[in-house]
Design a protein around this ligand. Structure first.
Ligand code: SF4
Length: 437
């Protein structure tokens, strides 16, 4: 549910060209959005029309060994350190040499993209790596710069699909990279541009990790050290659970990229079984997109609620967070005028999160082409915030676009002609939507 205002005509983003890849596109981002008529419950939406391979068969994973492969080569960035060490040892080299390789990939600001860039490694190991290892998972396509300094990076995948990664410089020395976990998304949240695409495929761990590596490599000199990672780009991260968990493990490795687990945040629309697993298997932070205070509204704006309703979602958080110390879930609440921004909503929200250690981000909705929602007025957001704060909630307003961009997943991507359908607007909100137009 990202908050990047997409510039369909390219007006907001200034593009910067890079001449390091033959895959660089010369065309500006354009989109033609066809909104299909509302139909009943098309969820989840897999966009089979626009992909040629099985959704969950990653082109780079060797199923028998679990080692990620591209052709006959292993994909280095798809391995956790112990896997990499085992693989290096299986070729007759010492663990210390595996560690040197790991540091050249992630830890020493070298960001090796081929065996020639592996300073200090012996020649035999370099030769072995050039024969048996693949260093790259992504090709740079373009970089756009928003008026507030936010950078949007387009990467091309091996199969020609394109993903988007966002780097958000922030005052207070905190710069965040927002990574994608899927191409498109199956969740069909009604306010989200990415959701319109449907799901084309999930990303491999290497494709996720390399977004953060290249963001640091390409932009650190401009935006400062990238300190935070949020899984709030294209896709529902917990719908690609194994690869996201693996990528998060690689991101926090102390000998490598060394992001603090508290500064790596995985966002979800509310996949309850995966939330339970995540809280048990990862030390990274969790964000949950709530966006409604009743099942009626959430069933509409976030169809995942029809499978895992508010009671189930908040119940699992209440139960699991009792067992974790010093851990707060972040609730994201995109404010949609006339839909979820009433005083009654604020009061219900207080009741819903009672007993859950949490922070709440109130996020201004950024309309996109074809969206039926409008943002809540700023004064109303402040009033909403004050009601929560007076009740003792830890609550933040994300009013500006720059802040918005680090607060949610989505509104990225480029829906094609075949899009996930919009759901029928419940009768009681039709007036509100029209009034807010
Ligand atoms: S808001 Fe997030 S989970 Fe929902 S459709 Fe968009 S990308 Fe997917």
């Amino acid at each position: 549910m990202g908050t990047i205002r997409l510039s369909s005509g390219g007006s907001m983003w200034m593009r910067r060209r890079f001449f390091i890849s033959s895959t660089i596109s010369s065309s500006l981002i354009t989109s033609s959005v066809t909104i299909l008529p509302p139909i009943s419950y098309p969820f989840p939406f897999y966009n089979k029309a626009t992909t040629t391979h099985s959704l969950f068969q990653f082109p780079w994973v060797e199923e028998k060994t679990g080692i990620p492969m591209k052709g006959s080569k292993v994909v280095l960035k798809g391995m956790r350190y112990p896997e990499l060490e085992n693989w290096v040892q299986s070729h007759g080299y010492r663990p210390a040499q595996a560690l040197m390789l790991w540091k050249r990939l992630y830890g020493d600001n070298i960001w090796a993209r081929n065996s020639e860039e592996l300073e200090g490694l012996n020649k035999d190991l370099k030769r072995m790596l050039s024969e048996h290892a693949e260093f790259k998972a992504l090709s740079l396509k373009d970089i756009y710069t928003a008026s507030d300094g936010t950078k949007k990076i387009l990467f091309k995948l091996e199969d020609g699909l394109v993903i988007e990664t966002v780097v958000i410089p922030c005052r207070r020395g905190r710069t965040t990279v927002c990574v994608s976990s899927q191409v498109g998304c199956a969740m069909n949240c009604q306010f989200c541009y990415t959701g319109r695409m449907g799901l084309k495929r999930s990303l491999s761990a290497a494709e996720i990790v390399e977004q953060a590596v290249l963001a640091r490599c390409l932009l650190s000199h401009e935006v400062g050290t990238i300190t935070n990672v949020v899984f709030m780009g294209m896709g529902e991260p917990l719908h690609n659970f194994e690869n996201v968990i693996k990528a998060a493990d690689i991101l926090v490795d102390e000998q490598g990229l060394h992001f603090s687990p508290r500064k790596v945040t995985v966002s979800t629309s509310g996949l309850v079984p995966q939330i339970k697993r995540f809280l048990n298997e990862s030390n990274c932070a969790l964000a949950v997109s709530l966006n409604a205070t009743t099942d009626e509204v959430r069933n509409w704006v976030m169809p995942i609620n029809r499978k895992y309703n508010l009671e189930m979602l908040l119940g699992i958080l209440r139960e699991e967070l009792r067992l974790k110390h010093n851990y707060k879930v972040l609730f994201e609440y995109v404010m949609l005028a006339g839909v979820n921004d009433s005083i009654e909503d604020a009061k219900r929200l207080i009741d819903l999160v009672r007993g859950i250690p949490c922070k709440i981000n109130l996020i201004s909705f950024n309309p996109h082409q074809g969206s039926q929602f409008k943002p809540t007025r700023e004064e109303k957001m402040i009033e909403f915030r004050n009601i929560l704060a007076e009740a003792g909630c830890i609550v933040f307003l994300r009013l500006s676009r720059g802040d918005d961009q680090m607060a949610a997943c989505g509104q990225l991507g480029k829906p094609g002609e075949i899009q996930a359908p919009l759901l029928r607007v419940p009768a009681k909100f039709q007036g509100a939507l029209e009034a807010s137009l």
